[in-house]
Design a protein around this ligand. Sequence first.
Ligand code: BJW
Length: 229
Amino acid sequence: MQERIVILTGAGISAESGINTFRDAGGLWENHRIEDVATPEAFQRDPHGVQSFYNQRREQLRDPAIQPNAAHRALAELEQSLPGQVLVVTQNVDDLHERAGSRNVIHMHGELLKARCQSTETLVPADRDLDPALSCTVCGAAGCLRPHVVWFGEMPLEMERIYATLAGCERFISIGTSGNVYPAAGFVAEARASGAHTTELNLEPSEQLTAFHEHRHGRATELVPAYVR
Ligand code: BJW
């Protein structure tokens, strides 16, 4: 059956698991310039610096203290109670939705625990630190592996499937995202144009607040279980 509920998640859903957001006080963009770590040009200029930024974040994800929280678990339970009807589109590169039990997940900005061969597009596991000089086993060329993430100026992943699902959905729920980054920030307008009911669950009003039918503000671990159960 076609998914009827689309849930967009952002860094705020993983904040209470101990993973930094991007734009909050103390967030990743406070200590790193986007132009230095999150563009293809930065990677071309300084592959070691960019890999080191992502290696630090991989290390954080390996920390046993980092676990899915009540919001991730509530979404997994929703999917289990409505088989085939729930699609989670996450902007997050962590694996906390999967660890909580969600199965129908699109990582539109990629995955921290994968690397991609720049020659063949082959994906390889990257659960350890990545050395930019490593060669990929498929093409054998040295230095061709890059983090499997979507940087500014690059096309997010699985856009066709996302837009098709937005066009047919009846509910759109946005959780823990500031609504600053497109195309994800425009999904609420797409869903609304298709007749979906739209809800924002976020710590504070997002940039897209006025586009939603309803909004609730507070911590994801409290709002999400209360909203979806
Ligand atoms: C809590 C909480 C708690 C905290 N409970 N809540 C001018 C106009 C329009 C667009 C553009 C433009 N100029 C350039 C563009 C395009 C550009 C863009 O959007 N730029 C803007 C900055 C203006 N976008 C792109 O380049 C994208 N590609 C693209 O557009 O391709 C062309 C295209 C055209 C048409 C269709 C399709 C494509 C690519 C964007 C790639 C973004 N990449 C990153 C890095 C990924 C890898 C990595 O992780 O390192 O993705 S940037 C970063 O931002 C990351 C995130 O996924 C993304 C969104 O951040 P998010 O999740 O919203 O986090 P925060 O920190 O911003 O917000 C957290 C929220 O949680 C806050 O509101 C808190 O209040 C809340 N919160 N604790 C609940 N406990």
